[in-house]
Ligand binder design. Sequence first.
Ligand code: 13P
Length: 351
Amino acid sequence: QGEELDRRITAAREVLGEKLVILGHHYQRDEIIKYADYRGDSFKLAQLAAARPQAQYIVFCGVHFMAESADVLSAAHQKVILPNPTAGCSMADMANIAEVEECWDVLTEMLGEDAGIIPVTYMNSAANLKAFCGRNGGVVCTSSNAPTVMRWAFSQGKRVLFFPDEHLGRNTALKYGITPEQMVVWNPKNPLLMEGSEEQVEQAKIILWKGYCSTHMRFSVEQIAKARADFPGIKVLVHPECRQEVVATADLYGSTEYIVRQIEQAPAGSQWAVGTEINLVHRLAEAHPEQLIFCLDPVVCPCSTMYRIHPAYLAWVLEALLEGEVINQVSVDEETAHWARVALERMLSLA
Ligand code: 13P
């Protein structure tokens, strides 16, 4: 069955030629990533989506919020296709527009209209949250440019409302010398129980949304200690969606693209314990037999929604294109796209 799907995908790609570009996120399984014309982290893929106007079809092998961003950033004549429309992101689902507006209203009531809050949404969010940021002087960030974006926000002497990943927000803010006392956590499921008193909110430099990535929450300082005990001198490399203590204990942290680059540039004999999604870690280990590379989590830690892009879906959408049929298109309505573009382009211009 695998060989048959390979044959079908290859044949469809050949016929579609320049009309098609396939983008693949680093977390995609091997059977998919091998077809990607370009692979990258969320930031790189967003840049690529904005820079390939010759392709009529952008088939995005990743998750829904990435395909939405590609639609927002691509030209009007381009169509973005997500092979499996159920490939979402549980973290992105932890913030919706009603909850963000409620939080915004509470904060402006508490702090006053001139409170100077910049909303910053992580790329892992629905297009209407990016649009909210665009409308309110805010911006999008990804794990690779979160420090740049936060520096921009803090340099204006403003507070930041950061959603939906509490951990990326905290890890990045700490880098800028924001202390834990200057952070409060907003729990959208129970807004009245903001983790911090009203006084703390007034002093807060950053309001963190209580959201998380369940894959990255699997990594712990105990796993790091064990890796170091088993392999003295090993380097621990994690994603900034991990908990603060994990990031603080690791040797290095950064986006998926950063993780790939560190390993690709390392000399033979290097040893790495990596805290991120398993398909990426396995692929790096296979590509670099001259190094020791393993996942910090000894069980498994796939991103279950990235895994939903199966070759059968890819074959299906490509063969439909041969028939002139666009299926599983991701399309953001014009009004939302306009404001989401403001926030995404602000991010791209900062980088
Ligand atoms: P990167 O931007 O590092 O690729 O991260 C994407 C992501 O969704 C991680 O969970």
